[in-house]
Each structure stands twice: as structure tokens, then as C-alpha cells.
Design a protein around this ligand. Structure first.
Ligand code: NAD
Ligand code: LMR
Length: 331
């Protein structure tokens, strides 16, 4: 191995998403085919969880991945986040049927105070953090506010699954392959208020609104299908999405560590700098471009009256979540 390894912490490593994600990281899917990785796998201090984690480590061993340099299973946050360059925070309770993701705030919010503090204390100077555990925008807000020494531009919450879902729905409607869909911005919260912005999306380089003539479908069923896709999967599977969520986490890290293709963007929730009138400090999903290191919110994306109303609605929900966790004393 010629390159120095990248150290990646994954919380909830013995859970559903962890079971898909770890093997992708170890195989090189995130950082490339010549980039070794150290895995620091964090679970709850619970006999069953730690036994399951031990089993996952045995399976990782049994893959003999050429790029996997070391595995550290632990329930100690100071050990788990020691020297990490990337922290992927998955560990938390998923919702069940009939719940909204924000119903998890009280259950999961507390996890992210301790993890934020431990990241600030132990992680590498260049640490970047991706929060997947729900409600991911506000959990990320909690962690970030408990780690003031880590710059705000290092914190991300995952809306890439929503972007991928939206691309897939548009492609199916247009009868084309999903790889031809670009410029799909998810605005706001990873929740039922998110706004998958079809007005700016392109299909084969043309405006999606020119390719798909059924604008009632775009304004109605398309949006609600993407907003409700997580619930639909829970209903169908009896469990929340896992392989597609792990895949979206891989896509997110991959996109944030490589230059964004010319003319396109990707969606991820970041700490708002006030762009598009969104309240500063909220973790809000925007269209983003990056050179693989520094990222920026894409400016000048047209926002018409319809889009503006949707964007405001999801901002309002994020303010409410922020106020709720402030009241709980988590930030
Ligand atoms: P899961 O229940 O299968 O696994 C969660 C794991 O986290 C368990 O192994 C549990 O022991 C562990 N855990 C719980 N608290 C922990 C803590 N404090 N520290 C370390 N580990 C802890 O759940 P899952 O299906 O893997 O989903 C995990 C989370 O991801 C859920 O909150 C789910 O809603 C969310 N999710 C987000 C997206 C997204 O797009 N942002 C998509 C899918 C799922
Ligand atoms: C998803 O979008 O699939 C996840 O956030 C899980 C959920 O609760 O919907």
C-alpha cells in the first residue's frame, strides 16, 4: 500500500445500513481503488449489538479486502473517533410504520451531542462528518453545535437518497435511463417536506419540463412519491431502506471528494450561509458543487413562485426541529 490510509468511523456499524456500507468502504467504492482505509466501527455498549459487530468484523476479515488496513470495533467514542478523517454517523433508531422522521428527535437527538463532542476531541484536523441517522438534518445540527471547534463546512446530512430516488422517478416517466437525468436539486429537509426540484432538472441535457409534458404529474405525484418513498419502503419491507441508503452514503462521500462534473451539481444538506434566503445555521439541502475539497452552494439557480413556496415550507419545518432540540437542551 503506497498511500497513507484514510480513517473512517461508522456508527451503528452492526445495523442494517452498516451491513451494506462497510463492505463498500472496504472494497474501495468511496475513496478509490488505490486508497487504503482504516475502519473504526462504533456500536452501543450492549451485549447483543457488540456480538453482532464482532460477527461483522469476522465477515470483513473473511473478505480479505486488499485495501482494508485495520478494523477497530468499539463502544468507546474516544476510541472510535480517534484520528478519523471521515465520520459517517448512522447509529440511531429507524422509524417504524406510521411515524414521521422527526418523531425520532427525542429518541435519537441525544446520541448526537456526545458524538459531536467526541469528534471535536478526537478526530483528525481535516475531519468531515456525514449524518445519516434520522432526522438527519437536525441530528447533524446537534452534533455540529456540540463540536464548535470543527468548522461548519465539514458537516453534511444525507439527502442523496432523495436525489437518486427523484432521478429514477423522472427517468421512468420519461422512458429513459436514469443516468441521463442531471441537475436534480433536493432542497431542505430529508423529510416529507423536502422539495425535489424538477424545474431545474435536465433529462438528456434538456429541461425535464420540456421532456415530460405532464406538468400536473411533476407538481403532484412526482413530488409526493419522492417525499414518501422512505415510508413506502418501510410499508413494503417492514424495515426502513438500507442498501439504497448505504449506496447513497457512498455516493455522497464519493461526490464530496471528487470534482463535480461540469454543469451539474449534487444535493447534500450543509450549514446554511443564508443563500436563497434560508436562515443561517440550519442544516439545509442545497445544490452543491465541489473541487473535491472545498464546496460551494450553487448560486443563481432559478427559483420560481412554486419552488419558493415549497422551499419555504421545508425551511419552516427545519426551524421547528431546531427550536424543538433547543428546548430539549441539545444545542
Ligand atoms: P438499524 O436499527 O438496523 O441499525 C442501527 C444501529 O445503530 C444498531 O446496530 C444500533 O445498535 C446502533 N446504535 C443505536 N444507537 C447507537 C449509538 N448511540 N451509538 C452507536 N450505535 C448505535 O437501523 P438502520 O436501518 O441501519 O438505520 C439507521 C438510521 O439511518 C435510522 O435512523 C434510519 O432512519 C436512518 N436512515 C437515514 C436515511 C437517509 O436518507 N438519511 C436513509 C435510511 C435510513
Ligand atoms: C428513507 O428515506 O428511506 C429513510 O430516511 C428511512 C425513513 O425513515 O424513511
Amino acid at each position: 500500500m503506497s498511500k497513507a490510509p484514510i480513517t473512517v468511523a461508522v456508527t451503528g456499524a452492526a445495523g442494517q445500513i452498516g451491513y451494506s456500507l462497510l463492505f463498500r468502504i472496504a472494497s474501495g467504492a468511496l475513496f478509490g481503488a488505490d486508497q487504503p482505509v482504516n475502519l473504526r466501527l462504533i456500536e452501543r455498549n450492549d451485549e447483543k449489538a457488540l456480538s453482532a459487530l464482532n460477527g461483522v468484523c469476522m465477515e470483513l476479515d473473511d473478505c480479505a479486502f486488499p485495501l482494508l488496513n485495520s478494523i477497530t470495533p468499539t463502544c468507546e467514542l474516544d476510541v472510535g473517533f480517534q484520528g478519523v478523517n471521515w465520520a459517517i454517523l448512522v447509529g440511531s433508531v429507524p422509524r417504524g410504520p406510521g411515524m414521521e422522521r422527526k418523531d425520532l428527535l427525542k429518541i435519537n437527538g441525544g446520541i448526537f451531542t456526545g458524538q459531536g463532542k467526541a469528534i471535536e476531541k478526537n478526530a483528525a484536523g481535516d475531519v468531515r462528518v456525514l449524518v445519516v441517522g434520522n432526522p438527519c438534518n437536525t441530528n447533524c445540527l446537534i452534533a455540529m453545535n456540540n463540536a464548535k471547534g470543527v468548522p461548519a463546512d465539514r458537516w453534511f446530512a444525507m439527502t442523496r437518497l432523495d436525489e437518486n430516488r427523484a432521478k429514477s422517478q423522472l427517468a421512468a416517466k420519461a422512458g429513459v435511463h436514469h443516468s441521463t437525468v442531471s441537475n436534480l436539486a433536493i432542497w431542505g429537509n430529508h423529510s416529507a417536506t423536502q422539495y425535489p426540484d424538477f424545474f431545474n432538472a435536465k433529462i438528456g441535457g434538456k429541461a425535464a419540463t420540456d421532456v415530460i409534458s405532464d406538468h400536473d404529474w411533476l407538481k403532484g405525484e412526482f413530488i409526493s412519491t419522492v417525499q414518501q418513498r422512505g415510508a413506502a419502503i418501510i410499508k413494503a419491507r417492514g424495515l426502513s431502506s438500507a442498501a439504497s441508503a448505504a449506496n447513497a452514503a457512498c455516493d455522497t462521500v464519493h461526490s464530496l471528494t471528487r470534482p463535480t462534473p461540469e454543469g451539474d451539481w449534487t444535493s447534500v444538506a450543509v450549514c446554511s450561509d443564508g443563500s436563497y434566503g434560508i436562515e443561517k445555521g440550519l442544516m439545509f439541502s442545497f445544490p452543491i458543487r465541489t473541487d473535491g475539497n472545498k464546496w460551494e452552494v450553487v448560486q443563481g439557480v432559478p427559483v420560481n413562485e412554486f419552488s419558493q413556496a415549497k422551499i419555504k415550507a421545508t425551511e419552516t419545518e427545519l426551524r421547528e426541529e431546531r427550536d424543538a432540540v433547543t428546548e430539549l437542551g441539545l444545542i
